[in-house]
Design a binder for this molecule. Structure first.
Ligand SMILES: C[S@@+](CC[C@H](N)C(=O)[O-])C[C@H]1O[C@@H](n2cnc3c(N)ncnc32)[C@H](O)[C@@H]1O
Length: 259
C-alpha cells in the first residue's frame, strides 16, 4: 500500500504536470500574495556574495527572483515534473531533483551561505522526518550561515481559527498533505543549532485575508483577489505585521547557524 509520504510525493509529481490548477492558481503557491511577502523579506536579507540553496523550490519562480540578490543559487525539489518546469524557464540556474531527506548525499559538505525553505518541510508526514530534514538543512549550511525557514506553525493556525469562530466563520482545517510545526518544540530545536535572529510573521496579512476578507464576502474567498492584494501592499508598505504575531501561522525564522 502507498505510504503517506509516497502519496504526498505523487501529489507534487502530478502538480508539476500543469502550470495552474483548477482555480487558476500555481499549485506550489496557491496564495500568490503570501508568496510575494515571502520573496520580499528573503530577498531583502540575502547578501550579494551568498551561495544559496533553495530547498523544495517547486517550479522555481522564487528561486529565480532570489538569484538577482545573491551570487549563486541552486534549487532542489523531489518532484521531477516541477524541476522540469523550473529548467524550462531557462534562467541558467542549476535545478536538481533531490529529496530533502537525502540532501546531505547530494551536498556532503557545509557549503551554502544561506539556505531557503518555503513550505517544503510541512509536506513531510511525520515529525521525525521533518526534524531529519531540518538536520539536513543545517548540515549543508556553513557555520555562521543563515537559514530562512518559512513553513507553517500550529499556534498561529489555532489563533486564527479562534478569531474566525468569533466572527461566525468556519474553522480552516490543515490540508491532508501538510503537517504544521509546534512552535515551542521548533524554537527549542532551532536554538540548539544556532541563534534565532528574527521571526518575520505574516500575521497581519493572514488576519486580513483569512478573517477580514471572508467577513466582507460571506465566507467566500479567492486567494488572488484585490482584497488580498491590498493586505499584501499594506504589509509591505507599513510593516504592521508584528501587531498580529499571534495569528502568524506562516512566517520566516531567520536562524544563524552556530560558528
Ligand atoms: C508548497 S510547494 C512550495 C514550493 C516553493 N518553495 C515555493 O515557495 O513556491 C512545496 C514544494 O516542496 C516540495 N517537496 C515536498 N517534500 C519534499 C521533499 N521531501 N524533498 C524535496 N522537495 C519536497 C514539493 O515538490 C513542492 O515543490
Amino acid at each position: 500500500m502507498e505510504s503517506k509520504f509516497e502519496k504526498i510525493k505523487n501529489f507534487w509529481l502530478d502538480a508539476g504536470k500543469t502550470e495552474l490548477d483548477g482555480d487558476g492558481l500555481k499549485p506550489t503557491a496557491r496564495d500568490p500574495f503570501m508568496q510575494l511577502i515571502n520573496e520580499y523579506h528573503i530577498e531583502n536579507r540575502l547578501d550579494s556574495n551568498d551561495n544559496v540553496l533553495d530547498v523544495g523550490c517547486g517550479e522555481g519562480t522564487s528561486t529565480i527572483r532570489f538569484a538577482s540578490s545573491c551570487k549563486k543559487i541552486t534549487g532542489v525539489d523531489y518532484s521531477p515534473t516541477l524541476i522540469e518546469q523550473a529548467v524550462a524557464k531557462k534562467s541558467g540556474i542549476d535545478f536538481k531533483v533531490n529529496d530533502v531527506l537525502e540532501l546531505d548525499k547530494l551536498f556532503p559538505t557545509a557549503q551554502f551561505d544561506a539556505v531557503v525553505s518555503i513550505r517544503c518541510l510541512i509536506n513531510l508526514p511525520e515529525k521525525e522526518m521533518q526534524y531529519k530534514a531540518l538536520d539536513n538543512l543545517f548540515k549543508v549550511l556553513k557555520p555562521g550561515g543563515l537559514l530562512f525557514f518559512s513553513e507553517g506553525y500550529q499556534l498561529g493556525w489555532d489563533m486564527l481559527n479562534v478569531y474566525r469562530q468569533r466572527n461566525n466563520l468556519s474553522i480552516i482545517n490543515v490540508v491532508e498533505y501538510n503537517r504544521l510545526f509546534e512552535n515551542v518544540e521548533l524554537e527549542t530545536y532551532l536554538r540548539s543549532k544556532g541563534t534565532i535572529r528574527e521571526y518575520v510573521g505574516f500575521g497581519d496579512y493572514l488576519f486580513g485575508s483569512r478573517v477580514t476578507h471572508p467577513m466582507l464576502t460571506n465566507g467566500k474567498v479567492v486567494h488572488d483577489s484585490p482584497i488580498n492584494e491590498l493586505f499584501y501592499k499594506q504589509h509591505i508598505s507599513t510593516g504592521v505585521y508584528q501587531k498580529f504575531d499571534e495569528c502568524s501561522y506562516a512566517g520566516i525564522y531567520v536562524v544563524q547557524k552556530s560558528k
